[in-house]
Design a protein around this ligand. Structure first.
Ligand code: NAG
Ligand code: NAG
Length: 374
């Protein structure tokens, strides 16, 4: 019986991301033209300025200094993306404010794609193909030019309260070509940079997993019927197969960096805290297979947790809209390196030897930065 949907995106689809490279080249060509234009203008202004100075030595006029913007530097890292979670509230609870900052950071980093860590549409996912929430919470909110790129999403528990097959199907992608969501899949991205010639052996793999079915509560007699469990009728088999798949694909992966992405927390000092089922079933695999970062949402905050008892860095980016729900201070052994319970998102910048994660708030402040090197 086919119950597990593990999809490796074929290369053509990852190739979609290449569009950005062309775009960057175009932007650079345009910028250098603009630079010539700016120089001409600057010379003219200089001449006029010089004449004006000699004419008005009496100081009757004040001359403004012109700060001419130099060309924007090429992003330092070959791969840049944003991650946001727990967002779809039709722009309310500062969702639009976060979106605007995502647009700004996305432009600066020339992002290759955006990751959504789930709880895409509140309160109860999408009702059906004509649910206006898709447009009002996604298409009409993330309007910045830099965000007009591929989105890679997973489902959160709130999405499971609506039509899950709709979110992971093609209908939404037809409405907005940025949209891609599935239960579990992986993408691979080469990290050699544009100056590299020849075969590139350095890459990162992102493993997206479906965490909602792990949570026992959602299967309780009281709750079970509110979730759309279509496609996961045999829960134990589904979970078993997903774990096996994750374990074996991680083990055979030759990626320099391995990042696992899911909705639920593993470690968290937010309102929901640790997800026990994830600690029990998923964490041992991440540890055994040397996963660098587990990236999640669910708790409506930003966090970096690194504990003594684990090599995995836990990053929560669940602050795409409603937040300010508090954070526990915890004990030293809880490993909270950074926590912010307001709105925001993270940006991830990667090269073959470094991985940098910046935590941004809704006002455009860079709150904290995690730097890893290999
Ligand atoms: C929106 O963001 C501002 C700045 O962080 C914050 O003061 C305000 O409480 C937020 N509003 C909501 C509804 O979360
Ligand atoms: C993962 O794979 C390794 C090696 O094949 C094996 O030893 C381990 O038991 C597996 N773990 C799980 C949870 O399947």
């Amino acid at each position: 019986m086919e119950i597990v949907e593990t999809k490796v995106i074929p290369d053509e689809e990852v190739g979609l991301l290449q569009r950005n490279v062309e775009e960057v080249v175009e932007i650079h060509a345009w910028r250098s033209l603009r630079y010539v234009a700016i120089t001409v203008v600057a010379v003219l202004i200089g001449t006029i300025f010089g004449c004006a100075v000699s004419l008005y030595l009496s100081g009757a006029y004040d001359f403004e200094t012109f700060a001419l913007e130099a060309t924007v530097a090429r992003p330092k890292h070959p791969l840049n993306f944003l991650a946001v979670g727990d967002w779809g509230r039709e722009g309310t609870f500062n969702q639009t404010m976060v979106a605007k900052q995502m647009g700004r950071v996305g432009r600066q980093l020339r992002i290759n794609f955006v990751v959504s860590v789930g709880d895409n549409f509140y309160q109860a996912g999408l009702k059906g193909p004509h649910d206006t929430k898709f447009k009002n919470s996604f298409s009409k909110v993330y309007t910045a030019r830099s965000l007009q790129t591929q989105w890679f999403a997973v489902l959160g528990n709130h999405d499971y309260l609506g039509d899950t097959l709709l979110q992971i199907g093609d209908i939404l992608t037809q409405k907005d070509s940025r949209w891609f969501c599935d239960r579990s899949y992986q993408i691979k991205y080469f990290l050699c940079g544009t100056s590299h010639i020849g075969y590139c052996s350095k890459f990162v793999e992102l493993f997206f997993i479906d965490t909602t079915p792990f949570v026992n509560d959602y299967w309780s007699a009281a709750q079970q019927r509110t979730f759309d469990w279509r496609g996961i009728d045999l829960r134990e088999e589904y979970l078993h197969e997903q774990l096996q798949n994750l374990n074996s694909t991680l083990e055979s992966s030759k990626a320099i960096w391995k990042i696992v992405i899911g909705h639920h927390t593993i470690r968290s000092l937010g309102r929901h805290g640790d997800t026990q089922e994830m600690v029990k079933h998923v964490l041992p695999i991440l540890e055994k297979q040397n996963v660098d970062v587990y990236l999640n949402g669910h708790d409506h905050c930003l966090q970096h947790i690194k504990r003594e008892d684990s090599n995995v860095h836990f990053v929560t980016s669940g602050a795409g809209s409603k937040s300010f729900q508090g954070l526990h201070e915890g004990q030293p052994e809880d490993g909270l390196q950074f926590g912010y319970d307001g709105q925001g998102f993270v940006s991830v910048s990667m090269g073959a030897h470094d991985l940098r994660i910046d935590f941004h708030d809704a006002l455009g402040q860079n709150l904290y930065q995690l730097d890893l090197h290999k």
